[in-house]
Design a protein around this ligand. Structure first.
Ligand code: SF4
Length: 209
C-alpha cells in the first residue's frame, strides 16, 4: 500500500483582538485530522497541521470559510504577528495590519520571514525582535528591519523609516521584500542579508535618503 502524502499547512485565526480561536474553527479543524495527529503550535500564532495531499484544496476552502487564514509552510513571509489592540481597532491601526498582512503573507523570500505589528510604542507584539517590525506611533507608522530573536547574534531591528502613512508603509515593505528576494542568498535570513548587503545600500535601493 502506498503511503498517503501529507502536506503541511500553517493556519491562524486571522488578525483581531488577540490570538483567539472559536469552537466552530476547532471543529472544522478536527475534520481534517486523524485522531492521533500532532498539531504544532508555533510562537508565531500559527498552528501547523498535516493534511493529505488530495484534501488540501478542500481543507483550505473550508478552513477559510470559518475564518482561518491558511498559508504555505517554507521560505515564505509568515502571517503578521500582532499585539492585542487593547486600545481599540481604529486607534491601534487594525485595518492597516489586516491590509499589510493581506499584501505580504505568503510571498516567497530566501528564508522564512517573520513580520510583527504593534499598535502603540509599548510594542507588546515584539516588533523589534522580528525580521520586519511595524510600530504605530500616534497617527503614523514606523518600519524596522532585521531583528533576530534567536542565535548568539540576536539583535534588535533597526529603524528604516518613520512617520509613514499606510500606503507608504505598504509600498516600503514591498520594496524591502523585493530587494531581499532579488539579492538574498538561499536560506539567508533578512538580518544576515542586511549585514552582507549593507543597510545603506538597502536604503538606497528602496529610495530612502
Ligand atoms: S502594543 Fe499597545 S495597543 Fe497593542 S496590546 Fe500593547 S499596549 Fe495595547
Amino acid at each position: 500500500m502506498t503511503e498517503k502524502k501529507l502536506i503541511p499547512l500553517a493556519i491562524n485565526g486571522g488578525i483581531g483582538f488577540g490570538a483567539k480561536l472559536t469552537p466552530k474553527q476547532l471543529i472544522a479543524l478536527g475534520t481534517y485530522l486523524d485522531e492521533d495527529t500532532e498539531i504544532e503550535l508555533t510562537t508565531f500564532q500559527q498552528l501547523i497541521i498535516q493534511v493529505s495531499e488530495e484534501k488540501v484544496e478542500t481543507a483550505k476552502d473550508e478552513l477559510e470559510a470559518v475564518g482561518f487564514s491558511v498559508y504555505k509552510v517554507g521560505p515564505y513571509v509568515k502571517s503578521l504577528r500582532t499585539c492585542n489592540f487593547c486600545q481599540g481597532a481604529d486607534e491601534e491601526g487594525m485595518p492597516v495590519a489586516i491590509e499589510l498582512n493581506k499584501r505580504i503573507a505568503g510571498q516567497e523570500v530566501p528564508f522564512t520571514l517573520r513580520p510583527a505589528y504593534t499598535g502603540c510604542p509599548n510594542a507588546c507584539g515584539e516588533p523589534l525582535i522580528n525580521d520586519i517590525g511595524v510600530i504605530k506611533r500616534l497617527e503614523h507608522y514606523e518600519l524596522y528591519v532585521g531583528g533576530q530573536a534567536k542565535g548568539e547574534d540576536a539583535r534588535a531591528a533597526v529603524l528604516l523609516k518613520d512617520k509613514l502613512e499606510p500606503d507608504q508603509l505598504y509600498d516600503l515593505v514591498d520594496a524591502v521584500l523585493e530587494v531581499y528576494r532579488k539579492n538574498g542568498r538561499k536560506r539567508e535570513r533578512l538580518a544576515k542579508f542586511i549585514d552582507r548587503y549593507g543597510f545603506e545600500n538597502l536604503k538606497k535601493e528602496v529610495r530612502i535618503s
